[in-house]
Design a protein around this ligand. Structure first.
Ligand code: ZN
Ligand code: ZN
Length: 346
């Protein structure tokens, strides 16, 4: 089959790789009809997350079940499904508590040696372990372009929005207008939070803020602190979400919240560190929450229902469709931030 593979930092390609097989009775094979390029795929492209030459990339996909193992009960051949980007076993101590992101056997499609060595989804076929847990049927009212968001970025944004525990009248600032920040903002609006600000250094990335129901703040031309102070009688926002994963953003998010405010860290961190003034955080009674990898399985049914009702509708985020053979161009456009979300059609 054909698949997108990692070649070296700065370079991905499309190559012939062996077709996957059912290995365990709890596996399924899915023929991919739509995959997507995610911000975390760029970490492989840049060499920030290590992987090996020839590894199939990607973790977001929708497709049709092609084959199932003997012990699969909840999906059948021919059904349209979305894959959870993060794979869980469904039976360990964490999984039975619903904390599937902390699963003892956690893996991520296309995650390389540190992600469980599971080949990725930017391919014609993909093997899904514990398919009863990691596949969700897609209802007829949800097309592939929308459904692909339920397996990762919209559900991840929804999870971040839920962790804010924001109420209707609260003011929430979301740092980073990439797909994760956009999805967090759209989810906040969908769950009834009226005042959502979306902040980014790049004006171009803010062009879709209104589609998420958020007010844009261009931090390239004014400071986040003064813009948000103005909107809150100088108090600061009730909650800030770091949807970037950069130390300066984490510090900015901690600065713009009011006393007793909450910071939700949804952006992905690896080896970064910051110097924290613990006394300041203590005196201001800050509540800081790290999302970790999203427990997709906990929220994806609700997110699918919401997408079916277009509340929120992730489609405005899609800027590009490319055939599988041209996926490297999609990586390039997404990397240069010309594209907001690239969908791949095998
Ligand atoms: Zn993703
Ligand atoms: Zn588990």
């Amino acid at each position: 089959m054909r698949a997108v593979v990692f070649v070296e930092p700065g370079r991905v390609d499309v190559a012939d790789v062996p077709d996957p097989d059912l290995k365990e009775p709890t596996d399924a094979l899915v023929r991919v009809t739509r995959a997507a390029i995610c911000g975390s795929d760029l970490h492989f492209l840049h060499g920030k997350t290590p992987t090996v030459r020839g590894e199939v990339l990607g973790h977001e996909a929708v497709g049709v079940v092609e084959a199932v193992g003997d012990r699969i009960a909840s999906v059948s051949v021919g059904e349209r499904v979305v894959l959870s980007f993060a794979v869980a076993c469904g039976s360990c101590w964490f999984c039975t508590r619903g904390e599937t992101n902390l699963c003892d056997r956690a893996a991520v499609f296309g995650g390389g040696p540190f992600g469980g060595n599971l080949p990725g989804t930017q391919a014609e076929l993909v093997r899904v372990p514990w398919a009863d847990v990691n596949l969700l049927q897609v209802p007829p009212g949800v097309d592939d372009d929308r459904a692909v968001f339920v397996g990762d970025v919209l559900t991840t944004g929804f999870h971040a929005a839920s962790l804010t525990e924001a109420r209707a009248g609260d003011v929430v600032a979301v740092f980073g207008a990439g797909p994760l920040g956009w999805c967090a903002a759209a989810s906040l609006r969908a769950i009834g939070v009226e005042h959502v600000f979306l902040l980014d250094r790049e004006q171009r990335r803010l062009s879709k803020a209104a589609d998420a129901g958020a007010s844009p703040v261009h931090t390239g031309s004014r400071s986040a602190e003064s813009a948000l102070a103005e909107a809150t009688d100088d108090r600061g926002v009730d909650v800030a979400i770091d949807a970037v994963g950069a130390p300066d953003v984490y510090l900015a998010a901690s600065t713009v919240v009011r006393r007793g405010g909450r910071v939700v860290v949804a952006g992905v961190y690896a080896g970064e560190s910051v110097e924290l003034q613990l006394g300041v955080a203590w005196a201001r009674a800050l509540d800081v929450r790290f999302t970790g990898v999203c427990p997709v399985h906990r929220d994806w049914r609700e997110v699918m229902r919401r997408v079916e009702a277009r509340d929120p509708d992730p489609l405005p985020l899609v800027s590009d469709h490319v055939p599988l053979e041209r996926a490297p161009e999609g990586y390039d456009r997404f990397d240069r931030r010309v594209a907001t979300k690239v969908l791949i059609e095998p």
